[in-house]
Design a binder for this molecule. Structure first.
Ligand code: IPE
Ligand code: IPE
Ligand code: MG
Length: 250
């Protein structure tokens, strides 16, 4: 029985074409609340389990050779949740940042946070700086945590920065192009996501990487994020590799 199980796992890995991996994967980590509800647990238990799964999947993605992983942890719209849930999520995020050494360990993982600082506590902002500084020289995989992130908010932020450059005479309105918008986004140090995964059964972006996902491939699944495994990641990437990306060409 165990032999058969191992063989199946191997078969899955064999299907992966290591020369055609997506460079950048985005994950909308959704379904924590439903995972907890199914088990009669509080929503916060789902968020805690989701954070554990993120650690594992980051290592798995790094070991597979994925260069950038961007995960949606807290959206600009998530502030509308009940105050106690927002509080729990912020507490968990703070603990997660404090615990970055457990996640990174000896592995070559760089951690970056993308999103707006507005509304985040000084404590969280300080922790973000510590984690980013401590991991800045790591380079195998970059884990971008989208925290207080909204795609529309990011576009507004980019446009404001460009407007300032125009006002101060650094560029003229005619110079504004897609590259300038991209270079003013939070994601300016990485390529656009090739592949976006959303577990939990929802089939929407919920304001995730709107500008950057123009030509991303999508993979939706009913699995709730706390149940997501390395095999699911591999299955998703195999599916991605069977698609033809045309970018408007033939
Ligand atoms: C995703 O899980 C985590 C965050 C949005 C912070 P949810 O909390 O949205 O879980 P569901 O969608 O209610 O199951
Ligand atoms: C998207 O999930 C945001 C995160 C995973 C952080 P939501 O649960 O907030 O999205 P909606 O409300 O179902 O669209
Ligand atoms: Mg949700």
């Amino acid at each position: 029985m165990l032999g058969l199980f191992k063989k199946k796992k191997k078969e899955l890995l064999v299907k992966l074409d290591m020369s055609r991996l997506p460079v950048h994967i985005g994950i909308i980590m959704d379904g924590n609340g439903r995972w907890a509800k199914k088990r009669g647990l509080p929503r916060s238990a789902g968020h805690r389990m989701g954070a554990r799964v993120l650690e594992q999947i980051t290592r798995d993605a790094g070991n597979l050779g994925i260069r950038y992983l961007t995960v949606y942890a807290f959206s600009t719209e998530n502030w509308s949740r009940p105050a106690n849930e927002v509080e729990e999520l912020m507490k968990l995020l703070g603990e997660y940042l404090d615990d970055y050494k457990r996640l990174v360990g000896d592995e070559d993982i760089r951690i970056k946070i993308i999103g707006s600082p507005d509304g985040l506590s000084d404590d969280i902002l300080r922790k973000i700086k510590v984690v980013e500084d401590a991991t800045k020289n790591n380079s195998a995989i970059t884990l971008n945590i989208a925290l207080n992130y909204g795609g529309r908010d990011e576009i507004v932020h980019s446009v404001k920065k460009i407007a300032k450059d125009v006002k101060q005479g650094r560029i003229s309105p005619e110079d504004i192009d897609e590259a300038i918008l991209s270079s003013n986004m939070y994601t300016n140090y990485m390529p656009d996501p090739d592949f976006i995964i959303r577990p939990s059964g929802e089939k929407r972006l919920s304001n995730f990487l709107l500008w950057q996902s123009a030509y991303s491939e999508f993979w939706f699944s009913d699995i709730n994020w706390p149940d997501f495994t390395r095999d699911d990641l591999i299955r998703a990437i195999v599916d991605y590799q069977n698609r033809s990306r045309r970018f408007g060409g033939v």
